[in-house]
Design a protein. Structure first.
Length: 511
């Protein structure tokens, strides 16, 4: 049994040893196989990486070679340009050297010529001195005396020729100027022809029946008194059928009264409180219409940039008249005449039209000024930022200030054309002629006065006095005395300018 156990144990030990040896053999074989496979894979990867590195190296090398080639080309181009520039500079240097040599040659030649000229000039001076000595010996006059005589004779001849030439030019210029001026004035009048508007100082308000008159008068006349007080007019209710007369010197007031009456009669409610309410409402409407009329007038004439207050004054002209001529119509006509005449004379027609429209703004003041309307209008234009030439044209259109621009005489002439046309202004011919005669007779009554002329429709009186009878100081006092006497003894519209002229004339005849 023990032997059996020993044998079994020996067998077990032998089996374990054999199994271990077998296991070690098997494991060692697999390990070698794995190592060999790993070596192969590593070799493949190594070769692959080497190929990739070699390929990248070749690419980089090609890129570097290409870049080096491009840089070499650029360097070669720069070198070529530098060579060309150097060649050009060399050529310029050669050209400059050549020009320098030419200049040096020319300078030497000019110096030689100057020296020759100096020698010739010296010789001419000597010859001239010799000739002068011979001439002085022959004529018995020195050179200075002969020169003075020659200069004096040339002066006299030149003066005679110049005077003759100037007289011819002046005569021709006067003939041409008169002809051209007449053509321009006639053409301006023909191209601008407007209807004349004659206005009265009364307005007739028509009613449907005479019963309305009683309602307008009111109990004990309270309605008509309230209306007259609110509008500042005089209302005449007489036996004239279906008519009420509104009398006032101010056309704006008459228009406000007429519109107020129209609304009151149409509404039927006529009492003092209602009258004041309607008059206030109508006054605002008339003011709005005045502003709208001014805007429309400026737009029609193509005038832009007027101050709003000037626009209002222009609109207010619609309700003013001068000698029966509507002031707005007169201003529009004057503006158009100024534009035509300025165009004919080569001046700015827009400025002329602007000055023509604004020339009478001094006639529609909000308060009565002490200045003449032309001066007051110029101050208004200056106040509202009009240009100096426009202001001067406004202020000088009745010769009440000095004309400093060409616009001023144009406005003056066109104002006279518009106001002097037959039918433009209402005035009895007999009274007009009598007023002019009275003006001339008053001036003729003073000693030393030889002639008198009433011009510009009686707005100016020119007095000619004898130079041997009155001196310069007396002329100033004479104009003042005549003005005072006219102011005291006569009634006339606007103002009258008195100009005293004292002149001395020398007349001789060439036979």
């Amino acid at each position: 049994m023990i032997v059996y156990i020993i044998v079994a144990a020996a067998c077990l030990v032998a089996g374990c040893a054999a199994g271990f040896v077998l296991f070690r053999y098997v494991v060692t074989g697999k390990y070698k196989q794995i190592i060999e496979e790993a070596d192969k894979e590593a070799q493949v990867i190594k070769e692959k990486k080497l190929l990739e590195v070699k390929e990248k190296f070749l690419n980089k090398k090609a890129e570097l070679e290409k870049e080096v080639q491009q840089r070499n080309q650029q360097i070669q181009q720069h070198e070529n340009r530098l060579k060309q520039r150097e060649l050009s500079l060399n050529q310029r240097q050669d050209e400059l050297n050549r020009k320098k040599n030419d200049l040096e040659t020319d300078r030497k030649r000019i110096e030689n010529q100057q020296q020759g000229l100096a020698r010739r000039e010296e010789e001419l001076k000597n010859l001239e001195a010799q000739e002068r000595e011979k001439l002085e010996a022959i004529s018995g006059l020195s050179a200075d005396e002969a020169r003075e005589r020659l200069v004096e004779s040339l002066k006299d001849e030149a003066k005679t020729n110049a005077a003759s030439y100037i007289n011819e030019i002046m005569d021709e210029a006067k003939m041409t100027a008169n002809k051209e001026a007449k053509r321009i004035v006639i053409q301006s009048i023909q191209r601008v022809a407007t209807e004349t508007a004659i206005e009265n100082s009364v307005t007739v308000f028509h009613i449907d029946n005479d019963e309305v008159k009683g309602r307008i008068i009111g109990r004990e006349g309270r309605n008509i008194r309230a209306l007259e007080a609110a509008t500042g007019v005089e209302i005449v209710v007489d036996d004239t059928p279906e008519a009420i007369v509104i009398s006032a010197f101010d056309p704006v007031r008459r228009e406000i009264c007429r519109l107020a009456l129209h609304q009151l009669v149409a509404d039927g409610r006529i009492h003092p409180a209602r009258i004041e309410e309607v008059v206030n409402k109508v006054t605002k409407q008339v003011e709005e219409e005045i502003a709208e009329t001014g805007k429309r007038t400026a737009i029609d004439l193509g005038i832009h940039g007027l101050h709003p207050e000037l626009v209002r004054i222009v609109g207010k002209m619609k309700y003013r008249s001068s000698y029966g001529q509507n002031l707005l119509q007169h201003a529009r006509e004057t503006a158009n005449l100024c534009a035509v005449m300025a165009s004919e004379l080569g001046l700015n027609p827009k400025k002329a039209k602007r000055a023509g429209l604004l020339h009478d703004i001094g006639k529609v003041p909000d308060e009565e000024p002490e200045l003449p309307h032309a001066i007051y209008g110029a101050k208004l234009a200056e106040k509202y930022k009009e240009k100096p030439d426009i202001c001067n044209a406004i202020g000088a259109h009745h010769d009440e200030m000095e004309m400093t621009t060409l616009l001023a005489p144009i406005v003056q002439v066109c104002d006279a054309i518009s106001g002097a046309r037959p039918g433009a202004r209402r005035e009895i011919v007999e009274a007009y002629i009598k007023r002019l005669n009275d003006l001339e007779n008053i001036a003729m009554s003073y000693p030393g006065v030889t002639k008198t002329y009433a011009i510009q429709a009686g707005r100016e009186l020119r007095v000619i006095v004898g130079a041997d009878k009155i001196d310069d100081k007396q002329t100033e006092s004479l104009s003042t005395e005549i003005a005072k006497k006219i102011q005291d003894e006569m009634t006339y519209p606007g103002q009258v300018k008195i100009t005293v002229i004292r002149e001395t004339r020398a007349v001789s005849y060439a036979k």
